[in-house]
Design a protein around this ligand. Structure first.
Ligand code: SF4
Length: 370
């Protein structure tokens, strides 16, 4: 029996656009986005969320611009943000122009919803003048009336047609710097729509399962939907929509990409669920390590396994490993090999130290190469 290579994901070939300095599509890494939920007029509160999200790894952050006061605040937000800002616009073309003037790197706007051809032309001109890309964001919950009449209900074909109609408007205005999303809260609908759109065009795709739910339910639902697409090579940027803190959205986005070997950032912990055989409290140790190691951006693998049943095997595959032993003495592995023993209350400090050292070594080696 011959097995085909089972780890390879062949990414769909898409054209590349830019959101500020972040490339989206083509061979660019799949970027992770989130969206603030503060009032945009609260510049300090919004920047606080953006900075926390960026620290967690967000490449791009979206901010709602529902009114003129919000686009007025956007200038200071863009200035203080460490990552490019997408302005979320619904319906009002003037907000889009103001947002482009305020320095937004991208406008999330559906050109078919902003009225006359003149208005579209004005928005496209503002985007071109200010080096601003766009995202067409089709949503099953707000499909155009003519499509609902034609198809009877939101369905993949209707979402794809909506996306292509909006895209045509931009193409007719000689504007091609855009990405597209076709979101739905129903995973079957969202996945089928993205698959259809992936075949119908080569624009970069922004993945999302909209209104996915709270932290656990939303994470599972998003992982099933987006995981399916990413595994199939579809998706150039993503946002996990959770009724949870922005940092959680970013963390979940990265965990999805890490699971599929599509992108690596920070410490990936392999840990067992623990049982009566554990030599130390695995759950508490992993909880403590997740907090203490969250500042590390360099990809490092770490295994925390309660006993020898699976410990040595997992440790062989990770950069740093700990396997629980008897009498509060546990084996530490470095580079896959048994290295020394550790026990007692200093274990977490010791592991943090080892991982930080490994991360620093990797960074030093990278700098030397460069
Ligand atoms: S690795 Fe050991 S401690 Fe962990 S779950 Fe398996 S048997 Fe239990």
């Amino acid at each position: 029996m011959s097995l085909r290579p089972y780890r390879e994901i062949s990414r769909r070939k898409s054209r590349q656009i830019h959101v500020g300095p972040v490339a989206v599509g083509g061979d660019a890494p799949i970027s992770v986005q989130t969206m603030t939920n503060s009032l945009t007029t609260d510049v300090k509160g919004t920047l606080d969320q953006i900075i926390r999200a960026a620290d967690a790894g967000a490449d791009i952050v979206r901010v709602s611009c529902p009114d003129e006061d919000s686009t007025a605040a956007l200038k200071a937000i863009v200035k203080g943000s460490p990552v490019p800002i997408v302005a979320d616009i619904h319906f009002h073309y003037k907000r889009a122009i103001e947002a482009a003037e305020a320095g937004a790197a991208c406008l999330r706007i559906n050109p078919g919803n902003i009225g006359s051809a003149d208005r579209v032309r004005e928005v496209v001109k503002a985007a071109k003048d200010h080096n601003c890309s766009m995202r067409i964001g089709v949503n099953a919950g707000s499909l155009e009336k003519h499509l609902l009449e034609k198809f009877g209900e939101p369905c993949p074909e209707a979402l794809v047609q909506s996306a292509l109609e909006h895209a045509k408007i931009l193409e007719d205005n000689d504007f091609f710097e855009f990405k597209i999303s076709v979101k739905a809260s129903d995973v079957f609908l969202a996945v089928a729509a993205y698959q259809g759109l992936a075949e119908a065009c080569d624009y970069p795709l922004h993945l999302g399962i909209t209104e996915a739910g709270g932290l656990i339910g939303g994470t599972v639902k998003s992982s099933i939907g987006m995981g399916n697409l990413l595994w199939g090579g579809i998706g150039d940027t993503l946002r996990v929509s959770l009724s949870a803190d922005v940092v959680e959205e970013v963390k979940v986005g990265f965990e999805m990409l890490k699971s599929l070997d599509l992108r690596h950032r920070g410490v990936r912990i392999v840990s067992c669920p623990s049982c009566a055989r554990q030599g130390f409290n695995v759950i508490q140790t992993v909880e403590a390590l997740e907090k203490r190691l969250s500042h590390i951006r360099t990809p490092v693998t770490l295994s925390i396994i309660g006993c020898v049943v699976n410990g040595p095997g997992e440790a062989r595959e990770t950069m740093v490993g700990v396997t629980g032993g008897g009498g509060d003495m546990h084996k530490v592995y470095v580079g896959g090999n048994p290295d020394h023993n550790i026990g007692g209350t200093s274990m977490v400090d010791h592991i943090v130290d080892l991982v930080e050292t490994r991360a620093a070594e990797i960074e030093a080696a990278k700098q030397k190469e460069a």
